[in-house]
Design a protein around this ligand. Structure first.
Ligand code: NAG
Ligand code: NAG
Ligand code: NAG
Ligand code: NAG
Ligand code: NAG
Ligand code: NAG
Ligand code: NAG
Ligand code: NAG
Length: 360
């Protein structure tokens, strides 16, 4: 007779398997499926999930699936567990959910790694327990109507593991809290809210050296662009368009050679683009500085940016001739220079190598 330990058992059922060592496999198999080898979530997890459900004013029919009499691992829509029966993911995008995220609900899921509540109609605040969770890596509450300020920072010692925070397209307001404790952020999208005050560069880049994506577009941020941004040495995407930033771009920005996409469109920035500085951003794919008050000429060195695909400088106060080196930018597909005071215009540049696109 084959030893029963040959069967695949989860940690939870292994003892059970050994206990029945020697039983005929035919007897054991139905028995195993009865005790659910995948494991079921704990009573505490079940209660946390039901508290979330209870906080909703419209659940989009979720209650029909989240029934107390069935296992929340496997049978509850949007709930994913690991082999041990720990709830690791709650994914309920576009489910027509209305109402609040009850503070003591999902934050009570001690093994939750991913939470996706995007594209619903949730309102009220973001529970601090979620943003500062000791387990969450990915939190996506984008495209809702969450409001109020973001939770104040957790104690510095906490260092939440959160890597992806998408709170874009909500109604969050007030100043960004210090992100000193958020040491593991890789992507932060806070775009399309009503944040005010300084953009959170200083605390962010000191604490999150691995930050790769920062999108704070379409808010009410004011003040100058902080030189401390340069501490984000892995930053690839920097989008801060449609705010109320003023002053000049800090020289430190041009040392951020990791940058691939820069957008500062529609702010109140001024100054000139420096020849030597510009040449340093050799990984740049998109440069959008449209809708500001930049003046001076386009530096000749822009032709050295071999990866540059999109160049938008429209609606500024730039002048002079277009550099002939632009014809050397073989990746360029879009150049938007309208509403400036350029002279001599496009005839000077051989754009024959331009792959496609728009020259205005
Ligand atoms: C959340 O779900 C939406 C819709 O399926 C998806 O587009 C988005 O990428 C998800 N968010 C994350 C962080 O995976
Ligand atoms: C939110 O942002 C994350 C990180 O950039 C992304 O993976 C996710 O798809 C975004 N969610 C939606 C709904 O676009
Ligand atoms: C941030 O979210 C908005 C939607 O609110 C989206 O359009 C934008 O592409 C996102 N930014 C990045 C860098 O993914
Ligand atoms: C920004 O948010 C508004 C609602 O607050 C929405 O109508 C609009 O589509 C959003 N823009 C983007 C780019 O997602
Ligand atoms: C962060 O940037 C500021 C301003 O550029 C600089 O003084 C500081 O030394 C930087 N900190 C780190 C940890 O790199
Ligand atoms: C934008 O910034 C300017 C000064 O730079 C200030 O006068 C103006 O009130 C600000 N507007 C808003 C809406 O914050
Ligand atoms: C644009 O530049 C001209 C001179 O080059 C100057 O007279 C004018 O005030 C500038 N306009 C803005 C909006 O900065
Ligand atoms: C284009 O690039 C070549 C090789 O790098 C260089 O010799 C030439 O001067 C450049 N042309 C312009 C107009 O900058």
């Amino acid at each position: 007779m084959r030893p029963v330990s040959h069967c695949s058992c989860s940690n939870k059922t292994r003892r059970f398997c050994r206990h029945f060592h020697g039983l005929v496999i035919l007897v054991l198999l139905p028995l195993l499926s009865f005790v659910s080898p995948a494991g079921s979530c704990t009573e505490q997890e079940r209660r946390s999930l039901l508290r979330f459900l209870a906080g909703l004013s419209q659940d989009g029919g979720l209650a029909a699936s989240w029934r107390p009499d069935v296992d929340c691992c496997g049978a509850w829509e949007g709930v994913v567990c690991d082999g041990e029966g720990t709830v690791t993911e709650v994914s309920l995008p576009s489910r027509g959910l209305h109402g609040r995220i009850s503070p003591s609900s999902l934050a009570g899921l001690a093994g939750l790694i991913r939470l996706n509540l995007s594209h619903n109609a949730l309102s009220g605040g973001l529970p601090p327990g979620l943003m500062h969770s000791a387990s969450l890596l990915v939190l996506d509450v984008s495209f809702n109507s969450l409001d109020g300020a973001l939770p104040p920072p957790p104690p510095l010692a906490m260092k939440p593991p959160l890597q992806v925070l998408n709170i874009s397209t909500n109604k969050f307001a007030g100043e960004f809290p210090s992100l000193d404790a958020m040491a593991n952020l890789i992507a932060l999208n806070g775009s399309n809210n009503s944040f005010t005050g300084q953009m959170p560069a200083t605390s962010l880049c000191r604490s999150s050296p691995s930050l790769s994506v920062l999108d704070l577009s379409h808010n009410w941020f004011t003040g100058e662009v902080s030189p401390a941004l340069a501490n984000c040495t892995m930053l690839k995407v920097l989008k801060v368009g449609m705010n109320n930033l003023s002053g000049t771009l800090p020289v430190e920005l041009f040392d951020m050679t990791s940058l691939e996409h820069i957008c500062f469109a529609d702010n109140g920035l001024q100054g000139e683009l420096d020849e030597a500085h510009m040449a340093k951003l050799n990984n740049l794919v998109t440069l959008d500085l449209g809708g500001n008050s930049f003046h001076g000429e386009i530096p000749e060195s822009i032709g050295q940016l071999k990866k540059l695909e999109v160049l938008r400088l429209s609606n500024n106060n730039m002048s002079g001739h277009l550099p002939s080196s632009l014809g050397n930018s073989t990746s360029l597909t879009t150049i938007d220079l309208k509403m400036n005071s350029f002279s001599g215009v496009l005839g000077m540049v051989d754009f024959s190598s331009l792959r496609a696109g728009l020259v205005q």
